[in-house]
Design a protein around this ligand. Structure first.
Ligand code: AMP
Ligand code: ZN
Length: 311
């Protein structure tokens, strides 16, 4: 595989109608082929975790603003946040809004922040939902969550979208349990990526925290190895793209949402997040669009999901 320019790769995929332009960078429609790959990869994530008896939960891609605030996400990633604003005015404000729009002015002044925020990761709604149920047993629990996520990072790199799907497995329990969970999923994700016929490499990572304080947080996250990533070359061999992330939160999420263990301690949490579009597009990048040439394990599991998306 040779390096290509990311926008060129995107243009190729748009020309081939694998992705569909919407007028905004990082926001695309997906063809049936991409969806089949996404479905197949998502199913493989669930298969890989069959022994965990995870509770499967699906949330909309929005979270309650008070939960978003409790998570502290806006402190660390202010630049990525998308809030939902809605019109809350009266008829007079409505008339002013239309006048503003029709004369080329900003019509959004009357839009007010609602109590909803775009979910930045699939696991965010899980912690408050589990906390509400009461203390968690010391042997821990696993939740399987998958949803579209929003991050305001417009780009012509097809691997960097503004709306994309994240399939996550989330552990809630003791700190030893969280570490064992993460180690287990590093193995499993490696095997999954291998089955897709993709070259993966594991690296210690840090999140793109915002601002000067963010640099300190990034260093601390890296020093404690709280975040690891499985990288796969997508647009570039030299700078492979993070397709799966493995996170230890220690008790940060538990403290934010009062998520307790039975013995009164804060729970430790960990999550593994599979970027479904990044993995699907990596398959296309490495194996092309002709399914006949794809690796056998991939073709077999694709046949399973094919029926879901054929007319
Ligand atoms: P993160 O919470 O940043 O570790 O994201 C979890 C996973 O979501 C990453 O490993 C990626 O596979 C995927 N991901 C993150 N940001 C994007 C994006 N802008 N576009 C597509 N996939 C993404
Ligand atoms: Zn997560």
């Amino acid at each position: 595989m040779t390096d290509v320019n990311a926008p060129t790769l995107l243009d190729d995929w748009l020309d081939q109608r694998l992705l569909v332009e919407t007028g905004a960078d990082g926001l695309y429609g997906r063809s049936a082929l991409v969806e089949r790959l996404v479905g197949c990869i998502s199913r493989q994530v669930m298969r890989a975790g069959r022994d965990e008896q995870a509770e499967i939960l699906r949330f909309p891609p929005l979270i309650a603003r008070r939960h978003f605030e409790a998570s502290g996400y806006f402190r660390s990633f202010a630049n990525l946040v998308g809030t939902v604003h809605c019109f809350c005015g009266d008829e007079e404000t409505h008339r002013a809004l239309i006048r503003a729009h029709d004369s080329g002015q900003d019509w959004t002044q009357a839009q007010k922040a609602s109590d909803l925020v775009m979910a930045p990761a699939a696991c965010y709604p899980v912690y408050p939902a589990m906390a509400r149920r009461g203390p968690v047993a010391r042997d821990g629990m696993v939740v399987d969550a998958c949803s579209y996520c929003f991050r305001h990072e417009p780009s012509r790199d097809p691997g960097r979208m503004q709306m994309f799907r994240m399939h996550e497995r989330i552990y809630i329990g003791t700190s030893d349990g969280a570490e064992a969970f993460r180690a287990r999923w590093i193995e499993r994700a490696g095997a999954l990526v291998e089955r897709l016929g993709l070259p993966g490499s594991l690296a210690v990572a840090n999140d793109p925290f915002f601002g000067r304080i963010g640099r300190v947080m990034a260093r601390s996250q890296r020093d404690q190895q709280l975040k690891l990533e499985l990288l796969v070359p997508l647009a570039s061999d030299e700078n492979p793209t993070a397709c799966v992330s493995f996170n230890l939160h220690l008790t940060k999420m538990a403290q934010a949402f009062s998520l307790m263990l039975e013995d009164g301690e804060y729970a430790s949490t960990a999550c593994v997040g599979f970027g479904l579009e990044r993995l699907a597009l990596s398959v296309l990048r490495h194996h092309g669009t002709d399914e006949a040439g794809w690796p056998e394990p991939l073709r077999t599991s694709l046949a399973d999901v094919a029926s879901m998306l054929s007319p």
